[in-house]
Unconditional design. Structure first.
Length: 287
């Protein structure tokens, strides 16, 4: 295995020098350094590192903002937070941001080397999740719409997720947490949602809030059933869903810059339903 290429982000020259020495002693190659947000993206694109070490305290910003910018630039960027500060709040923020590891200063070279190896090692469990999740979420959607409305569902696959996809009217986003984090996107027209409500309640909807509540609950059921099926497949996934967020607009675009979304269309009696699912590797190692 070739030496891991590492980029160091820290506003302190001494800290960068000390960390570079530690990394080189551990068999890594330091390919770039950045001391501010302004030089971050250009340096990253020029040196194309395998790993980025990120200090929390930066002039005019912080390591979380820098990390979010890096992940917007390259969703596959692998970032290790290196800081003298470590508490539950900063650790939770690091996980939400998508940071792969968190090491406290003073850095132990052996620990840091192990984290880098773990992050860069092939993750067969993640690859299995990426391969099986879309089909399982499709199955969960099909089963539940068919069971609840007594109508058939078929699927039209979409090879790639188009970031310019425009919402049909109602979009629900479900966050997924566990060994890997992810999101499920469910999108359908207001007319389709109203028809589903009428079938389920045996009457027209009373108001728009009732329709939105139904869509949120439907998305929650689909995501929950799919995660249960995946956990049954491998309990180490430990997947669970977060409360749904519902957006109503017939002109909004659906985009997911930090996740590679695998999408499909469910053809239903009520109209097409867009279903997107994506996962990313969460925190690989935390010290």
């Amino acid at each position: 295995m070739s030496a891991a290429k590492v980029m160091i982000v820290d506003d302190s020259f001494f800290s960068r020098t000390l960390l570079a020495e530690t990394l080189q002693l551990g068999g890594c190659e330091v390919v770039g350094e950045a001391d501010s947000f302004d030089s971050l993206i250009e340096t990253y694109n020029n040196c194309q590192p395998d790993i980025v070490t990120m200090d929390i305290v930066m002039p005019g910003t912080d390591g979380f903002e820098c990390s979010r910018a890096l992940l917007m630039n390259d969703p596959s960027a692998k970032i290790i937070l290196v800081s003298s500060m470590k508490d539950e709040e900063t650790e939770a923020e690091a996980r939400r941001t998508g940071i792969a590891g968190y090491v406290q200063k003073p850095v132990d070279g052996e620990y840091l080397s192990n984290i880098i190896k773990n992050i860069l090692s092939p993750d067969t469990l993640f690859e299995e999740l990426i391969e099986s999740a879309p089909g399982i979420f499709n199955e969960a959607l099909s089963q539940n719409i068919t069971r609840m409305t007594k109508t058939p569902v078929s699927f039209e696959s979409m090879d790639t997720f188009d970031n310019n996809y425009v919402s049909q009217g109602i979009t629900t986003v479900i966050g997924i947490i566990g060994r890997y984090s992810g999101s499920m996107i469910l999108d359908l027209s207001s007319e389709a949602a109203e028809q589903i409500v009428e079938v389920l309640l045996h009457r027209p909807s009373k108001n728009h809030e009732e329709v939105l509540a139904m869509v949120a609950e439907l998305a929650n059921i689909i995501a929950g059933v799919a995660c249960s099926m995946l956990n049954k497949k491998d309990k180490s996934y430990s997947l669970r869903v977060s409360p749904p967020s519902v957006f109503f607009s017939s002109s909004s675009e659906i985009a997911s810059p930090n996740l590679k979304i695998q999408a499909s269309y469910a053809q239903t009696t009520f109209g097409p339903v867009f279903l997107g699912i994506g996962f990313k590797k969460g925190a690989a190692s935390w010290i």
